[in-house]
Write a protein that binds this ligand. Structure first.
Ligand code: RIB
Ligand code: CA
Length: 324
């Protein structure tokens, strides 16, 4: 099997960083065409620098990092330093990035890649959907180059940033509506799933036992990450959100879901950013997303630990890329 062409859009952010690492240490499965960054967990200046730090940590200077939108479409930016720390990568002491930031805007990169590829590209979104929404508004034809969008976002049950809304959707609900209404092959991995995937002491210990730089950095970040979520949601341990997206692409058998009709609230104060899914699509309102419902947490952590435990034999040359 040729590696899957993949673009990651993210707001690193600790769990984004773990997700990016999982993709970077899986070069047989992913041809990572680029990482686009957006304001979210922390401002864009930090999310783009953190993405470069993570690529350096994984000895993957071949991966291009792009800066995208510094704020949501309409709302002012909401960040989450309380969860991720002031740097966005609390628990990891990574050096200043020397990997260059691409001069091309992330939205322009998305449009260029999705409109010129002859092989449909998978897009993993791990943050607010502002970059993808702007690309869709500017160039709806990008849909032809998208194989599927797998999104960490939304919640059918309780939210996290508010009782009703999950952070990525809450930050930019208008962007989420643009993406959901675009009719893309969309898979939603929301809090209902990621709250099943928690970093128990045993799972953290397995990561801390790794003797690879990426394993040690991941364990360091996870040691602090998500304690607030535990207190706020009464979870048994901190949830692991974004890595579920990459784990799904690597091992979809670890998840179950079903087609639903998905919508997002873009108005009001109490419920803005709420995702609503109808389990019985109708002719008038057909299914527009696969909503994931269950995850095999043990299998996901085994996959994460196995991959992060592999020593990286230096910088890998990019895999043989398909002629585009
Ligand atoms: O609600 C969790 C999501 O919001 C994760 O993607 C986290 O990184 C933040 O972006
Ligand atoms: Ca994120």
């Amino acid at each position: 099997m040729l590696p899957r062409p993949l673009i990651i859009d993210c707001d690193p952010g600790v769990d984004d960083a773990i997700a990016i690492l999982l993709a970077l240490v899986s070069p047989s499965e992913f041809d990572l065409l680029g990482i686009t960054t957006v304001a979210g967990n922390v401002p864009l200046a930090l999310t783009q620098a953190n993405a470069r730090r993570i690529c350096q940590l994984a000895q993957r200077p071949d991966v291009a990092v792009y800066a995208g939108c510094p704020r949501p479409l309409l709302r002012s930016l909401t960040t989450a330093e309380d969860i991720h720390g002031a740097t966005g990568l609390q628990g990891a002491d990574l050096p200043e990035p020397t990997l260059p930031l691409q001069s091309q805007h992330a939205v322009a990169f998305l449009i260029e890649r999705f409109t010129t590829t002859s092989t449909p590209i998978t897009l993993a979104t791990l943050g607010p959907l502002t970059n993808l929404a702007v690309a869709l508004i500017q160039c709806p034809a990008i849909a032809q180059g998208i194989d599927q969008v797998v999104m960490m976002g939304g919640a059918l049950g309780s939210g996290n940033i508010t009782p009703a809304a999950e952070f990525n959707i809450y930050v930019d609900p208008h962007a989420a509506k643009v993406v959901i209404d675009a009719g893309l092959p969309l898979t939603m991995i929301g809090l209902d799933v990621t709250h099943q995937v928690v970093t128990t002491p045993a799972r953290l210990a397995a990561l801390e036992a790794l003797d690879t730089p990426v394993g040690k950095a991941a364990a360091g970040m996870l040691r602090y990450y998500g304690q607030l979520d535990v207190e706020r949601h009464g979870l048994t341990a901190p949830p692991l959100h974004d890595p579920c997206v990459i784990a799904y692409l690597l091992r979809p058998d670890l998840f179950t879901g079903r087609p639903m009709r998905l919508a997002v609230e873009t108005e009001g104060s109490l419920c803005i950013g709420r995702t609503v899914a109808s389990v019985y699509p109708t002719a008038a309102l057909p299914a527009n997303a696969t909503v994931i419902k269950t995850a095999n947490a043990e299998g996901i952590y085994a996959l994460l630990t196995e991959r992060l435990g592999k020593h990286i034999a230096g910088h890998k040359t990019p895999p043989a890329r398909l002629i585009r």
